[in-house]
Design a protein around this ligand. Structure first.
Ligand code: NAI
Length: 345
């Protein structure tokens, strides 16, 4: 039996993981706590850990897991910016779920955008109070507007298709443009200057951290709407708040926040929020925040569990080879030049 310590477990994770794991003699030790240096020891007796976006998987945690006998870190997410893959090299193998439902995330981005621009969140609250006034609910047509998409991978491209369905003009910026994709690529500066709506769909890396900062906001059209369903660190949240207060940014739709790790995914309604910046952002009438919810569909949860279980099985039962293993030399599984039939170590 393969035993897996499952960190940061939520009620919605368990049914799909128990179902797919149960089919393969895999037992999950569901732990509500997040993985960090203090909690790594809880994995002792297991051979793999399953982690999510806000678990800490730095060099110290990797060393502790290795001492506990862990040989595989199975991310149940696409993004892996929270894992020090270079520190894992030579010790613990790391795999992720490259795609589970890019539709879930792209559709959530559009849902937030429509909600914000057409003031659906405000209308919903009003009519529940039998307030049928339309004052302050004026939006704008998407048709004919320009959507600027940063990152044209799996999610970005679906978002592009959705925008085109609304009759929007789409321009995009990607550090690695996709040839023959029919996408109109422009420089980041041109995208910022021309877009009515800017949606972020690139990973968080040293290059992309705070790509939306004071300078970037200064280059935007007045009233531009920013959507972030990727990673919070792509946006300098203080700069965003200033842009909103200056009336430069028209609205912000945030599914992620740089300091979300100790806040999101939990019910904090009975507590005082210890993050003044987030509290101030949420208090703005033109900011919508969802708590890293974009992935949360039935289809995505099933795909996540199935792929994660298969990743773990292929590592422990099929010669240690796993298609979804990260490359520890370059850290970029998609562009890795190495033959996927070999392992880094
Ligand atoms: P992907 O790997 O298919 O596409 C990412 C794109 O970003 C690629 O085209 C890549 O060339 C581009 N890129 C890389 N570096 C760049 C840079 N410096 N500047 C501009 N573009 C750059 O990834 P996918 O599946 O589309 O996911 C995108 C992001 O969405 C993930 O990195 C993850 O952080 C986030 N995500 C968020 C979820 C949520 O629930 N909110 C769920 C799943 C993913």
């Amino acid at each position: 039996m393969i035993k897996v310590a499952f960190y940061d477990a939520k009620a919605y994770d368990k049914p799909s993981f128990e179902r797919f794991g149960g089919e393969h003699d895999m037992q999950f030790r569901f732990l509500e706590t997040k993985l960090n240096e203090d909690t790594a020891e809880l994995a002792r007796g297991c051979s793999a850990v399953c982690v999510f976006v806000n678990d800490t998987v730095n060099a110290a945690v990797i060393d502790k897991l290795y001492d506990c006998g862990i040989r595989l870190i199975a991310l149940r997410s696409a993004g892996y910016n929270n894992v020090d893959v270079h520190a894992a090299f030579g010790k613990i193998h790391v795999c992720h779920v490259p795609a589970y439902s890019p539709y879930a995330v792209a559709e959530h981005a559009m849902a937030m955008l429509l909600t914000s621009v057409r003031r659906i969140h405000k209308a919903y609250n009003r009519t529940r109070e039998f307030n049928f006034s339309l004052n302050g609910l004026t939006g704008f047509d998407f048709h004919g507007k320009t959507a600027g998409v940063i990152g044209t991978g799996k999610i970005g491209r679906i978002f592009i298709d959705i925008c085109r369905g609304f009759g929007m003009k789409v321009i995009a910026y990607d550090r690695y443009p996709a040839p023959d994709s029919g996408i109109e690529y422009v420089s980041l500066d041109e995208l910022l200057a021309r877009s009515d709506v800017i949606s972020l769909h690139c990973p968080l890396t040293d290059d992309t951290r705070h790509m939306i900062d004071t300078d970037a906001i200064a280059k935007m059209k007045k009233g531009a709407v920013i959507v972030n369903t990727s990673r919070g660190g792509l946006i300098d949240a203080e700069a965003l708040l200033e842009g909103i207060k200056d009336r430069k940014v028209g609205a912000a739709c945030l599914d992620v926040y740089e300091e979300e790790a100790d806040i999101f995914f939990e019910d904090r309604s009975g507590h005082i929020l210890n993050d003044e910046l987030l509290a101030r952002l949420i208090s703005m009438p033109n900011v919508i925040v969802t708590s890293h919810q974009a992935f949360l569909t039935e289809e995505a949860l099933n795909n996540i569990a199935e792929t994660t279980v298969n990743n773990i099985l292929s590592y422990f039962e099929k010669d240690g080879l796993c298609d979804n293993e990260l490359c520890y030399r370059c850290g970029h599984i998609e562009r890795c030049k190495k033959e996927r039939k070999e392992k880094c170590f």
